[in-house]
Structure formats: C-alpha cells, structure tokens
Design a protein around this ligand. Structure first.
Ligand SMILES: Cc1cc2nc3c(=O)[nH]c(=O)nc-3n(C[C@H](O)[C@H](O)[C@H](O)COP(=O)(O)OP(=O)(O)OC[C@H]3O[C@@H](n4cnc5c(N)ncnc54)[C@H](O)[C@@H]3O)c2cc1C
Length: 411
C-alpha cells in the first residue's frame, strides 16, 4: 500500500484537521487494483475527492486525525465529496465505547457534553403546564410594521419542572374554541430565552411572537388566533404550555464550533438563545460551556425599527469582536447590488466566499430560522455561491444535513 502526503495548499488556513483517506483504484499500466492512503488538510478534501472521482477510484475510509481521532463517514461514491460529521449535541451523555484492541488511557478525559440532557414532551396537550405571564412587551421601535412581542412565562411549581435547552420550541394552547366548537390546537413557538431564563433563575421561558395579520379574499383583515391571544396577553394570566419539543436546532457541544445564523423576523428567537449562551457573561459563568468559535448572525427585517434584539447584538459585537459578527439586511431601506431590495440572501451572496470558507471547516454549523418563504432565496444564493467555488450545492446541502451541520426550522 502506498502512503501519499498531499501538499496542503492552504497551510495556515482555517482548517487544521488532517484527514486520512484510503482509496482503491486501478493502477495505470498494470491494470491491478491498489490501495492508497492520502493525508490532506480539511480544506483540501473536496479537491482530493474530485481527483479520486476523476480517476475512478473508490473511497474505502475517511478518518480525521486531529485530537479527537474520530472517523468520518466515507462518501457514498467518490463523485460525491462527503462532508465531515460534526459532533452533535445529544441527549443523555453516553460513554464512548473503547476500542477492544487499544483501550483508552485511564487519564483520557470523558467526552464533554455540556449541553446535557435534551428534555422532550414533558407536558402534553391533554395535561399542559399552566404558566403565568410575567411580562409582555413590544420588540419594535416606532414606525415598525406589525406587532412583535417578547413574552415571558413563569414555570415554577411544575411537577415535573418544565425544562428546555437552547434551540427547542414550546406549544401554546390558546383560550377558546375553534369554528367547530372544539378547543384550539396548540401552536409551536421557538424559545427565545436560554435554559436559565432572562432572569437567570432557571424558572422562566420567553417567546418572541409576531401577530399574524393578513387580508382574506373578501378584503377583510384577519388576525391569527394564537398569535393575537399571546401578543395581547396581560401579565398574571395563566397560559397552557406543552413541550418542549425539537432536536433540529440544538447547538453543537464543541466550544470551538463556528455558528452561521440566518434569521428573518421571529426566526431570531433561537439565535437569541445561542448568542446569549455564547456571549452573555452570566450565561457563560453558568454554562460550563465557553464558546470559543466564530458566530455570524445574518438578520433580515423590513425596516430598522423591525430589527429584533438589535441593541443586544450590537453590544455583543462590540464586546466580542473576534467571535461575533452581525450583518443586517433591511429590505425596505437598503439596496442590493442590482438596485433591488436588500434581502438576507443578498447578504449571503455578498459574503459567499467567507461563508464557504467557513463551511469547508467541519466545525461549522449553519442555522436557518424564519418564515418558510426565506428558504428558496437562501437556496438560490447558496447555489450561486457554491458554483463560484466549483461546488454543487444540491449535492453539498444534503451532505451537510446528514453531517448534522445544516439546521433549518421554518414555518
Ligand atoms: C417550529 C415552529 C416554531 C415557530 N416559532 C414561532 C415564533 O418563534 N414566533 C412566531 O411568531 N411564530 C412562530 N411559529 C408560528 C406559530 O406556530 C403560528 O403558526 C403563528 O403564530 C400563527 O398562528 P395563529 O394561531 O396566530 O394563526 P391561525 O389563526 O392559526 O392562522 C393561521 C392560518 O391562517 C392562514 N393564513 C396565514 N397567512 C395567510 C395569508 N397571508 N393569506 C391567507 N391565509 C393566510 C393559513 O391558513 C394559516 O394556516 C412557529 C411555528 C413552528 C412550526
């Protein structure tokens, strides 16, 4: 078996992990099958896959040879470069199985699972928890479009306690009956507070709710049932809460992970929880998880007055300039390079190179949240951005998804 070191063209770049790829192919001239081992920097992995694919080689294994020594899934075929799987936030910590031939030294630290247990459906619709509203205030500035409220519920006294982690949602069952005279069904809302709550007492949950408003075919103004119930609710009111639910939007355990966040409107809710967990000093003290990677928030809103939690994000950007970047797309006030409205996908295109450099690093996760309508625009921008780097987004995106690095929650 040959052992070949592939030169690292981007030494000193963002990715320092060395990847070992074992492939088999037909040796030119002899016609016999040979196995070859390549060691490449993560940044060069795609190039290697393409080269192997062009030569008709079959990839047998892909292993990361950094401190973790973790193995990575081999691509399904050499023509489809696989994306390194990132260590995901999981439920109850599991001990890593020690390989029989080479037991881990006793001093090796246990895998760190600072995000801990992921609770799911502690309260179900048939027996919801009754939370008490403690505050309900607007998140909008004067001149903004619509209504968006930050609403907090007291969860104390629950048996069991309603606990949750960053990236999850809760269900709300509005008061009253539907058109058929039946109790309303629950609506889901992304949690906007960290598990410690806005008051750091571990006994509240906050939401960021936009009142649904549209004009029907008959020209009447229609307001959403649950969103109106919540945006109007008075402190002291009791509200039926279910959940928590959701494992799609959990943060990775890795403190060195990079987090790209794409949010529009109330899609900012999970991002607010991540950013508070990463940068709010009291959260950092309480977490046992000190974020050291790069976080980049892209936020889309129609007007400056509609930007949610804007002052907080600007504050974190000033305090953590090496770790946090905040890019806004304000559609009715800013113009894209073509002279049209500046949407979040225009910002993605503008920064395509940096975004893809980050995505090449297996520690980078992308989170998208907001109205479902944002997805095609982002997809189009990623397709264009990927093509500029010689990559095919329709192949890359499912691989990122499979590797738990592409997280989407749209509604
Ligand atoms: C995982 C998840 C997380 C969510 N997180 C949040 C969040 O953080 N914040 C938030 O505000 N919302 C969030 N939502 C949306 C939320 O669950 C509700 O769907 C939303 O509040 C509307 O509910 P409602 O009861 O007010 O509207 P409803 O009274 O249920 O009305 C909704 C219905 O109105 C109709 N409709 C809506 N728009 C139009 C239109 N333009 N034209 C014609 N008909 C229309 C549709 O039939 C739609 O089903 C989330 C949804 C999911 C699935």
């Amino acid at each position: 078996m040959n052992d070949m070191q592939v030169p690292n063209a981007t030494a000193g770049g963002t990715s320092t992990s060395l990847i070992t790829v074992v492939a088999s192919g037909i040796q030119a001239g002899s016609g016999t099958s040979v196995q070859q081992t390549y060691r490449v920097a993560m940044a060069n992995l795609n190039t290697l896959y393409k080269r192997l694919s062009a030569s008709g080689a079959k990839i047998l294994s892909v292993t990361r040879s950094d401190q973790s020594g973790s193995s990575m899934p081999a691509p399904d075929s050499a023509s489809q470069p696989s994306v390194a799987k990132a260590p995901a936030a999981t439920a109850a910590p599991k001990a890593a199985p020690a390989p029989k031939s080479a037991p881990a030294p006793k001093s090796a630290p246990a895998p760190k699972k600072p995000h801990g247990k992921i609770p799911v459906n502690t309260y179900k619709p048939k027996a919801p928890f009754l939370g008490t509203v403690t505050e309900n205030y607007t998140l909008l500035k004067e001149g903004a479009i619509g209504r968006v409220q930050h609403i907090t519920f007291d969860l104390s006294g629950g048996d069991p306690q309603l606990e949750y982690v960053e990236g999850q949602s809760i269900g709300i069952i509005p008061e009253g009956k539907d058109a058929k005279g039946k109790p309303h069904k629950l609506r889901l809302y992304s949690i906007a507070s960290t598990r410690h709550g806005d008051n750091y007492q571990d006994n509240t949950v906050s939401l960021c709710v936009r009142q649904l408003e549209y004009t029907n075919d008959a020209g009447e103004k229609i307001y959403g049932v649950c969103s109106t119930y919540l945006t109007d609710i008075e402190p002291g009111s009791k509200v039926k809460i279910t959940g928590p639910v959701g494992k799609e939007m959990l943060l990775p355990e890795d403190e060195d992970a990079n987090i790209i966040m794409l949010a529009t409107g109330t899609g900012i809710a999970p991002m607010r929880t991540y950013i508070r967990r990463m940068f709010e000093p009291r959260e950092r003290d309480a977490n046992g998880w000190t974020f050291k990677g790069k976080a980049w928030l892209f936020m889309g809103a129609p007007t400056t007055a509609n930007l949610l939690y804007d002052a907080d994000f600007e504050h974190y950007e000033r305090e953590f300039p090496d770790n946090f970047r905040y890019t806004k797309a304000i559609s009715r006030e800013q113009k894209n390079p073509k002279g049209g409205r500046m949407y979040i996908q225009d910002r993605v295109l503008e920064h395509a190179n940096e975004i893809f450099e980050m995505i090449e690093n297996p520690k980078t996760h992308v989170y998208m949240c907001g109205l479902r309508g944002m997805e095609p625009g982002i997809d189009e921008a990623m397709t264009t951005a990927a093509a500029a780097k010689g990559l095919d987004w329709s192949e890359l995106r499912p691989q990122l998804k499979k590797a738990d690095r592409w997280h989407v929650e749209t509604y």
